[in-house]
Write a protein that binds this ligand. Sequence first.
Ligand code: FAD
Length: 323
Amino acid sequence: MSTSSAYSGAFDRLVAGIVPYVPQPIVRRLAQPYVAGTTLDDAVRTVRELNAAGLQATVDVLGEAVRDAATASAAADSCIRALDVISAEALGATISVKPSAVGSELSWEIAGGQIERVVRRAEELGSFVCIDMEDSGSTDHTLALFRRLREAGHTQVGTVLQARLWRTAADAAALAPLRPTIRLCKGIYQESPAVAMHDRDAIRRSFSRILRLLLGAGAFVSVATHDEELIVDALDAIDKTGVAPDGYEFQTLLGVRPDLARVLARDHTVRLYVPFGPDSYAYSQRRLRENPQIAGYVARDVLRAFARSVRRPPTQPPYGGTQ
Ligand code: FAD
């Protein structure tokens, strides 16, 4: 491992360690650029703006770790409502669904049934559903669900592979004969070294290798990264494989490197991940953990809050007495 990647690895671990202790209101405020808002109307407004700028979207109804069947079913209903509105308004957008938002922590049978319901509606409307990938404990189930849906004849469904998992090259090879639609990303969940690579350069090499494997097998790949080195590598792989412009796309997250999305969209399809909903805390925490400037932002925000509290005259308790 190089000295610089050892330092940046230590810094990443430090930052990842700070975020859980940042108060919720500060997390929400700092994470505003990453989330379209709390309502479907907010998401629609954001997608319209993106479409006007030549960008596509994949809309995610925020929520995860749902542990009762009624909430799981309501979450799937929200996805279906989003699909209906996307279709009615002729927006350039698809849908992303997290298995844990539709009950996977309760039972994979329930989550699978709910996701199939969403996929059916997407097919009726000519849209598409991506099953997001969560932590490594869910990888087997998610891939099995994806395979089951494809084998049941559903074509408008894809899933995600995480380049940092040691297992992913083998997973990609096993899925390749399906010519799947795959979002390839590095992977955001914190995993043990036995499960996932922790060295940045190793993760990059894994990404590059899996991308070539998938493109070579005729899969539709969504290259989901803001890492310029990987984007340049992907452009090279796309060129060398001779894949047609409708055989791949780039994906980025709302609020992350908008400049990059705009530049790539001049010559390629670019789709932004647009999350919305009242339940944004877990998603926001993950985004802040990855923001290279997070330590500075948090420090500034905490100092500002401290300065405000020093300037403000002390408040009296509502019914007298001491506070
Ligand atoms: P990094 O090295 O993390 O980032 C490269 C550069 O991008 C940084 O130097 C910085 O300039 C910028 N950047 C990255 N993140 C931020 C940020 N939060 N704020 C400000 N700047 C930032 N992961 C999963 O595990 N499962 C999924 O289903 C999943 N879906 C995704 C969908 C999309 C469309 C995208 C783009 C990512 C998704 N991810 C998912 C997250 C992914 O795994 C990475 O954690 C995330 O993309 C950051 O990695 P990176 O490749 O951009 O490289």
